[in-house]
Design a protein. Sequence first.
Length: 257
Amino acid sequence: MFINNFDPVAFHIFLLDIRWYSLAYIFGILFGWLYCKRKLINDPDLSILFDDFITYLIMGIIFGGRIGYVLFYNLKYYLSNPSEILMVWNGGMSFHGGLIGVVVATILFSKKNKINQFIFLDLVALAAPIGIFFGRIANFINSELYGRPTDMPWSVKFINIDDVNRHPSQLYEAFFEGAVLFIILRYFYKKKYFKKPGQISGLFLIFYSLFRFVTEFLRAPDPQIGYLILDFTFGQIISVPFLILGTILLFYKKNEN
């Protein structure tokens, strides 16, 4: 059993608190950017265009993630406290909201530059597990999105939450949604099994949704939502349409002329 008593603040710069969660976003985007530039993009013109795309990507992640959290997970609270909607530093981001934000931002950027949107979406899909990995580690440090009670020897006691031994579900998600997903997508990309733009994006949606659905069985539901239909969590329920969308996209692109 491990006792989690990490400080969510990594360090201070004068009166400014630099949190692990903020660093996770910074390093996730930075390493994902470098990975795309050095390992995935061979066309110099596309490389330059990708640099311009990063601004759109960041805006899509931040606004989509925050709006998604407000709408999907805690709408009642934020309707009563609207001034806190913009307080991203206090936590509260939705992966699926961020995903929608990234898609919207990519569509807008691609139309502006008259390029196939799936070229950029595939690059984001290949690099996204890097950011997911750092994000889940930050969730663990912050004692948020913790797991259900367990007596397993690797259980963790999040003393900022309660005195219960729990699954370190954040680490499970970091492993599967981050490391394993990265390896799977990298493998299919290197072997060139999927050559049409959009297929890698479909594969990402399929495997992320599957991993998220399964790991949610060991993750405590959001306290303000609880269990829903058939005792599934909201994270499991929202993963289903994305799984279906990924499957449709993968096979549609496969049969596209």
